[in-house]
Write a protein that binds this ligand. Structure first.
Ligand SMILES: CCCCCCCCCC/C=C\CC(=O)SCCNC(=O)CCNC(=O)[C@H](O)C(C)(C)COP(=O)(O)OP(=O)(O)OC[C@H]1O[C@@H](n2cnc3c(N)ncnc32)[C@H](O)[C@@H]1OP(=O)(O)O
Length: 300
């Protein structure tokens, strides 16, 4: 089990020990043409695992906009954990099967007009996604092939490296305040680790969505490439990351992230209570409804 996963689950670091296999050139099998590909999918996640390179491509597949429903969140975590346990997989490229949208963030309908029990289950699943992806021991690369607001941006920020399609129509950011809601502390912590305190404060208060050049400039994404080069660039980048001795990279990743992870692990139930109280307020429900109505009106 992964070192970071170990941090919250206390299980044996088998992956950590086995991770040095092929460490000098993990992509050697792929370059020599000995491709062994395994495909598997849940309903909403498509996975293609290339055993030669140890890289899985994981595609969000929840049309039309890859909104993160309870079902998708659950499948997402199961998929990552399955890959984490699979010795032939050492890296994941996270991308979207939908054209133009990486992910529209949390499914707003899951946060409207539902019971407190539903809100609690939904929020636990959102937490689980963050813990699983941010805490993954695998190399994770976000191949952001479309717009990515709110929790869509969070997923990308959980990855080790972000490559975005350079399309003037695409934007990325944590826009929660624009919906009248508040990004919780662990969203904030994730962004702070990437952008620093001042920029995160400004970004969160304004609910700012960045164009691709802006996102590159502030470091929210690491690389911009033409749309048709996103996948191939991600494949090349992940090979570089996998070439680093795995145990050293994993321990370093754990060292950089464990404080943030522990903070949520230690306050998980309180965070769920906060969410349930907050989202159930009439004023917040009204804000979300107005936002959804506006989204629908844009089309008319
Ligand atoms: C005190 C502290 C306490 C802490 C409390 C915590 C509070 C909660 C924190 C929550 C954290 C994260 C929140 C989120 O992630 S909220 C989601 C934010 N997402 C957005 O703002 C994106 C909204 N969508 C868009 O801007 C656009 O849809 C798009 C992604 C740019 C795509 O545009 P498009 O023109 O291609 O498609 P469009 O016609 O707009 O959409 C197609 C249909 O999909 C519906 N839809 C879009 N986004 C969502 C969504 N996020 N959830 C649910 N449904 C969505 C849209 O309404 C269309 O539906 P229909 O075809 O009209 O029926």
């Amino acid at each position: 089990m992964a070192a970071l996963t170990l941090l919250r689950r206390g299980s044996a670091p088998a992956r950590l020990l086995s991770g040095t296999l092929n460490a000098r050139n993990p992509c050697i099998g792929a370059t020599q043409g000995c491709h062994l590909r395994r495909h598997f999918s849940n309903n909403k996640i498509l996975v293609e695992l290339d055993e030669a390179s140890g890289v899985a491509i994981m595609k969000l597949n929840n049309p039309p906009v890859n909104s993160l429903s309870l079902e998708l969140l659950t499948e997402f975590c199961i998929t990552i954990e399955k890959l984490e346990m699979d010795r032939s997989c050492r890296g994941v490229i996270l991308t979207s099967a939908a054209p133009k949208i990486f992910s529209a963030g949390l499914d707003i309908t899951e946060m409207c007009g539902k019971s407190a029990e539903h809100y609690a289950a939904f929020w636990r699943a959102v937490q689980e996604l963050w813990l699983t992806l941010y805490g993954s021991n695998m190399v994770t690369i976000a191949a952001i092939n479309g717009t990515s607001p709110a929790a869509g941006c969070l997923m990308a920020m959980c990855c080790d490296f972000r490559i975005m399609a350079d399309n003037p129509k695409y934007t990325i950011g944590l826009n929660e305040t624009q919906l009248g809601i508040v990004a919780p502390f662990w969203f904030k912590d994730t962004m702070t680790n990437i952008l620093g305190h001042r920029l995160t404060e400004q970004s969160l208060q304004l609910g700012q969505m960045y164009t691709t050049p802006e996102a590159l400039k502030i470091g929210l994404v690491d690389q911009l490439v033409p749309e048709d080069k996103v996948q191939s660039t991600a494949a090349a980048v992940i090979c570089n990351w996998l070439a680093v001795p795995a145990h050293a990279r994993q321990i370093t990743k754990s060292m950089m992230r464990k404080q943030n992870i522990e903070r949520l692990v230690n306050h998980r139930e309180a965070d769920i209570d906060n969410f349930v109280n907050f989202i159930g307020k009439d004023s917040i429900q009204k804000s979300l409804q107005v936002y959804m109505d506006r989204l629908k009106q844009r089309k008319q």
